[in-house]
Ligand binder design. Structure first.
Ligand SMILES: *Cc1c(COP(=O)(O)O)cnc(C)c1O
Length: 459
């Protein structure tokens, strides 16, 4: 498969992976539309996630990556798997928080790191991955790159503006993970990273590369969990269950048939930058049966509004309980537009939008706990509420909604406890790092300090 920016010419996976952004400043998107429907249909409820990831990435990335390399990447990236858990008659949770940092961003970061490693280990020399983070993304990236061959990772984070747990996750790994505490804001960190990438002095001595969330190497693997979940529930449909038949919500919509023909589950996706949803839409375009997507947002509802009235109006982001989804101008929206050729109606036929307020998010957390004995984090709660509302419209009288559960509730103890009266436990692998000493170098917001440090350590 090849990838291209909006106006730039197609490149292979390796080039898109290491470049991050296309030369025209837009996001790389797949140029081809491979038909993987046979492959997807060959997966069943016994298919291991790592096997599905290996075979799907081999199919997508051939001939650039052959089957044995694809297998090695998948095995290194995914020592963990999603877990499907039934919430009630109509809703299942697809738990994506069983990776090293207990959030779904592990899927993208792990695959990106393993892919870069696969390329770098066939070459001479080392690369330096530089990322600016406001918290969670950086820890997923740091853990994913920790101990990878011939790669150093440098994390810039704003001093005093990340939680204690987030800081410990970034600063206690050591080895090839270098945490730099910046005396400034997240915006300062981003500016510094950008300046470093453009600095000719650094370019001569180092091989700097980025690991931003917009990297195609982080996006693609997020498609795999949709295929895995669909294979799990497909079994139910085939064995005579009542799942599967889903009617389009807007009867008469011209695109409805082409979109789903009533097959497959409904996926409800808690959205911020819309990378996760875009990956699901890619899987569907490549032949995965999906009846419909629900784009669940918090008060940052510019995409649900677009799906309603066809106008996209980006705004400054609003702060909410589900803060990893506080995005007012989602970067992946351009990739979504590209899939639907800018046709808002076609997009609205495939994707139903739903915005959930903070008070409804709290009520959602309380309800899943009181009715089903399940604690969910605020991001997943947005999805649970959106799924319930969608079911209540009668749009899928017989179908099942799979809600993507994006973070472990223990990462948001205070919010969960305030809503439910229950304090979820912090998973052991996160609790452990709280005991370890912080290792971080402190730098200012001018490029000079960062440049000096980078040249001294890696030049
Ligand atoms: C990043 C994130 C999201 C949103 O994912 P996008 O791909 O940005 O839409 C949802 N939940 C959690 C916990 C996240 O960290």
């Amino acid at each position: 498969m090849r990838f291209a920016g909006k106006t730039s010419s197609p490149v292979g996976f390796r080039e898109a992976l290491f470049a991050g952004l296309a030369p025209d400043g837009s996001l790389y998107r797949p140029v081809e539309k491979p038909d993987l429907s046979q492959l997807f249909a060959s997966f069943d409820a016994r298919t291991r996630f790592v096997d599905l990831a290996s075979r799907t990435s081999a199919a997508l990335l051939a001939p650039e990556i052959d089957a044995s390399v694809a297998r090695r990447i998948a095995e290194r990236a995914f020592p963990f798997s999603p877990v499907l858990r039934r919430l009630d008659e109509r809703r299942q949770l697809l738990e994506l928080f069983h990776g090293p940092t207990c959030a779904f961003k592990d899927f993208g970061a792990q695959f990106l790191a393993a892919s870069m490693e696969a390329f770098v280990e066939t070459e001479d020399g080392r690369i330096q991955v530089l990322v600016a983070t406001s918290g969670d993304t950086g820890s997923a990236v740091a853990h994913a790159f920790h101990d990878r061959t011939a790669i150093d990772v440098i994390i810039l984070y704003p001093s005093g503006r990340v939680s204690e747990l987030q800081e410990k996750q970034l600063t206690t790994l050591g080895g090839n993970v270098h945490a730099l505490e910046v005396d400034g804001s997240f915006d300062d960190c981003q500016r510094l990273a950008k300046a470093a990438f453009q600095d000719p002095g650094l370019a001569r001595r180092l091989r700097l590369t980025s690991a931003n969330s917009i990297n195609i190497g982080r996006l693609l693997p997020q498609a795999f969990s949709y295929a895995w979940a669909a294979a799990q529930v497909q079994q139910t449909a085939a064995s005579g269950g009542r799942r599967g038949a889903v009617k389009p919500a807007r009867a008469g919509a011209a695109h409805a048939e082409a979109v789903n023909a009533g097959r497959g589950p409904v996926f409800c996706v808690p959205c911020g930058n819309f990378g996760h949803l875009t990956a699901g839409v890619y899987a569907w375009r490549w032949g995965l049966p999906v009846a419909r997507f629900i784009a669940a947002t918090n008060a940052n509802d510019e995409v649900p509004l677009y799906l309603e009235n066809g106008r996209f109006v980006p705004r400054a982001s609003l702060a909410t309980l589900s803060n990893a989804m506080d995005v007012g101008n989602p970067s992946n929206f351009e990739r979504l537009l590209d899939v639907f050729d800018g046709d808002a109606k076609a997009m609205a036929t495939a994707i139903h939008g739903c915005s959930v307020s903070d008070s409804d998010t709290r009520a959602g957390m309380r309800e899943t706990w009181e009715r089903h004995g399940v604690l969910v984090d605020p991001h997943t709660a947005v999805g649970c509420v959106a799924a319930e509302r969608f079911i209540a419209t009668g749009a899928c009288p017989d179908g099942e909604v799979i809600v993507l559960s994006t973070a472990h509730p223990g990462k948001f103890t205070e919010t969960v406890r305030a809503a439910t009266g229950q304090a979820p436990e912090l998973p052991e692998r996160l609790a452990r790092c709280l005991q370890l000493p912080k290792q971080a170098a402190r730098i200012g917001t001018d490029l000079g300090g960062l440049r000096g440090l980078l040249l001294e350590r890696f030049g």
